[in-house]
Structure formats: C-alpha cells, structure tokens
Design a binder for this molecule. Structure first.
Ligand code: SF4
Length: 458
C-alpha cells in the first residue's frame, strides 16, 4: 500500500482457494484474504463446498468487516472440503453487493462458484451474443459472463467446459473456480496477473500472491504458467492447458514496482529484492548531491533503501505514516486530496530540517500527491528536495486489470520531466530508465504497456 502517487492506481482483485486442507477451511481462506487485502478493499467473499452443498458469504467492506466468527462458523458447518475467496476493488462494473465475488450458479449438474482477478477485452461482444440467445444477466460483471459460458459447456466435463469457455474470452485474468468436487485455477494465456500454487499438509492452496501462503502456513510450490489450468480433485493435482497456441508471456511488471506485497515471490522473484534493486539502479543512473535518502511509505521504502545503499547516503525515516487512517471519508475532489496526504503522512522535522533530501517514490501518476509531498518536506525544513522515481514515466492507461486514471490525467503522458519538476516544485527530478527496470527484473516476458504505450494484442 502506498500513500504516494500510486494510490491512484488500484489493483482490481485478489483470489485465494483451498482444497483438502482440513477442518477449518473457511478460516484458512479468511486468513489468506486478509493477507491479500491490499489487492481490493471494497468487498470480500468466500464460497465453500462439501461435495453436495455450496455455502457463500460475501459483503461490502474490508475482510475484517465482512466476516465474523459466527459467519465463518456457519460456512464451516457444512464441513467443506474445498473453497474459494475473493477481495475486490470496485471498478466501472459496479460497487454494490451484487458485484461482490465469488459468484455462484446452481444448475442441472450441481453447483459452481467462480472468482477472478483481471479485465476481459471482449465482454460487450460476448454479452450481446449471450443475451440474444436468451441469457439473463444480474450484473455487469465479467465474472458472470465467464461463469455462464462454463455452465453452457458443462455437460462435456468441467475441464473441457473451462477450456471451451475461456477459449472465447480475450483479456487478462487469473481465476479460481469450484464445482461440487473439483477446484480449478487458471492463469490467462499472457500471464498478465499473478497466480501461485502452494501446499498445506495433504491439501493444496492457490492465491494471487504467495504472501497469502505465509499467512495460511502453506508452502509455495510454484507460480502457474501462462495458459495453465490446474485441476485438483479426489485424484490429486494435474495440469492442463488452455486450447490453442499460446501468445508471448506478458506478466505485469507493476506487480514488482508497486502492487504486490514486498514479502511475495512472483514468478520466482522476491518483490522486496526487486524493489531494492530498482533503487540501486536508480542511484547509478541518477545520483544526487544530498545529505539523506527517504522513501514514500510503504511501497517505495525498499527502493529508497536500495538508493541509499548504492549512493552511500544515509537512509532516514523522513516520512511517518499514520497506520490508523484506513479508509478516509474524503471525497476525491482535488483540494481535499491535499488534505488526505497530510492525514496519512507526517514529515519528520527532526530528520529533515536543514537537509538536502532525496525522496524516492515509485511513480508519478497525476503529480498532485508529489507536489503536496514536496511542499510538506520543505515546510518541515528540507533545504532541497530531489525526487527520484523507481520506475519509468507512467504514460498510458492499463487495460489488463488495473484501474488507472484517464490518459489526460496522467501527467507524464502530456508533460516533459522538466515541466513536471517545475509543477511539483522539486529541485531535481529523474526517473528510472526502461533499461534500468529490465536490469532489475530479469527473465523478460513482462508487460510494460503503461510505460511504453505498446499494448500486447489480445
Ligand atoms: S499496462 Fe502496466 S499495469 Fe497494466 S498489466 Fe501492463 S505493466 Fe501491468
């Protein structure tokens, strides 16, 4: 979670699932969702099954607000053997309870529940076609479309149904699906959004990020491959593929820069180590004449530590966050956003007074937060503020599962670095280069569309 510029970008969702992990399966899913809270704060839900019956609890709010001891006991009362969970950030498709996930359907062959993270590209076309064939939808959600497509093909068996249904869908998604007896997890063919597989005792767990496994006491096995379908049932675990030829991999590079929790490991790389390396390379590319280095909590702290290590400048806690702000009831008007920064971050005058300060931030989106931040630092006595950004300029919206402001609002899409520097009042401003970013995130196969404007074709 960032109190800086990237709070303007929202991860759309997080998913978790468990199979055969023992008695308190709903409690386990709850703990997993708790660890994934940063991926969505608007609603949370858990669906569980015992082979015949499905039980669902979902609501608006944080995980701690939606579930109670009593509601988890009710889910446990059916003695479930498998289940899925979801946290959601509300996007354009609606923020009411009807859009909270998981979604369930009861149909001829039993029950199904589905939860997903991502954004589909051809939903309008699919919805129109399905409505013309008599399908009735209760929501605007992509999830309902996927679920109905799977139900339509279900008589062919659950795996062929998933393959056929997802063969019709274009876009970015990581999803978890349960039928009465089978748990299925799928990562889209490009691998845009993360999805990891873990083990707990004799059972298995799946989650958007491995930090959920740490909370659940599970062990990370590996990430799902792009286009992989993991099927877990009474015969154990097997791996299937989406149909057709796989496109090149495009895993979201912003998971490393900002979205994921620092203790997560995504596609074999620890997020904290990547962020620290981003800071190190930033210091090599853009050194500054300064006395101290500070970072914008929380997400930019590892990059600030990396910058300090590389530059030899001391790292200091120049910004203290208020840990108890939670969701503030401030409307998103421009002037009130300024107040929001003050509520969430307090500059530490004892550290800053009389110092030339390097402040490391993970991106600049609108520029407003950075301007307020620099003003705060100078009011607290900083004599110079040199802003260093641990990613290249954010110039294009994301269409692959991240809620982004419109392009007109992205300051780097319309202004040069020098003009942004003047707007935010920094003494100097520099961004990490694309080459530097790729040095820090080895392996290739990442989506960089919001940084380059080159979108992978879906
Ligand atoms: S456009 Fe940016 S935020 Fe979206 S998936 Fe690609 S790298 Fe991630």
């Amino acid at each position: 979670m960032s109190y800086g510029e990237l709070a303007a970008l929202k991860e759309e969702c997080g998913v978790v699932a468990a199979y055969g992990t023992g008695a308190d399966l709903p409690g386990l899913l709850y703990v997993g969702l708790f660890a994934l809270q940063h991926r969505g704060e608007e609603s949370a839900g858990i669906a569980v099954s015992n082979g015949q019956q499905i039980a669902l609890d979902k609501g608006l709010g944080l995980v701690s607000e939606v579930f109670s001891m009593r509601s988890l006991e009710e889910l446990s009362s059916i003695r479930p053997t498998l289940g899925i969970g979801h946290v959601r950030y509300s996007t354009c498709d609606g923020d009411d309870l009807a859009h909270a996930q998981p979604f369930i359907v009861r149909y001829l062959r039993g029950n199904m529940a589905l939860a997903h993270n991502g954004n589909l590209a051809n939903t309008d076309e699919l919805r129109r076609e399905m409505e013309q064939n008599g399908q009735i939808f209760q929501t605007n959600s992509d999830t309902e479309i996927i679920l109905n497509l799977i139900a339509r093909y279900r008589r062919e068996g659950i795996v062929p149904a998933v393959q056929k249904a997802l063969g019709r869908v274009r876009g970015a998604y990581s999803l978890v699906l349960q039928s009465d007896n089978t748990l299925i997890a799928v990562r889209d063919a490009h691998g845009f959004r993360p999805l990891a597989l873990g083990r707990l005792g004799d059972g298995y767990v799946v989650a958007s990020e491995s930090c959920a496994f740490d909370a659940m006491g599970a062990e990370l096995i590996r990430d799902l491959e792009p286009g992989e379908i993991v099927v877990i049932d009474e015969n154990g675990l097997r791996s299937e593929r989406l149909l057709g030829e796989l496109p090149p991999r495009h895993s979201c590079i912003f998971e490393y820069i900002y979205f994921a929790r620092v203790d997560s490991v995504i596609d074999g790389l620890n997020v904290h180590e990547i962020r620290r390396d981003l800071g190190r390379i930033l210091a090599q590319e853009h050194p500054a004449e300064a006395d101290i280095v500070i970072g914008v909590p929380d997400s930019a702290i590892p990059a600030a530590v990396g910058y300090a290590l590389e530059s030899g400048l001391p790292y200091e806690e120049g910004l203290v966050k208020n840990r108890y702000v939670g969701r503030t009831f401030i409307s998103p008007g421009q002037s009130l956003r300024n107040l929001k920064v003050r509520l969430k971050l307090n500059p530490n005058r004892h550290v800053l007074a009389g110092k030339r300060v390097v402040v490391v931030e993970d991106s600049i989106v609108r520029g407003t937060t950075s301007r307020n931040l620099i003003r705060l630092l100078k009011e607290a006595g900083a004599t110079e503020v040199h802003m260093r950004i641990s990613s290249p300029p954010y110039i294009s919206p994301c269409y692959y599962g991240i809620d982004t402001p419109y392009e007109e609002e992205l300051v780097a899409a319309r202004h040069s670095t020098e003009s942004i520097r003047q707007m935010i009042g920094a003494d100097s401003l520099a961004y990490l280069s694309i080459e530097g970013l790729l040095r820090a995130v080895p392996g290739g196969g990442n989506c960089l569309a919001c940084l380059t404007g080159n979108y992978p074709v879906l």
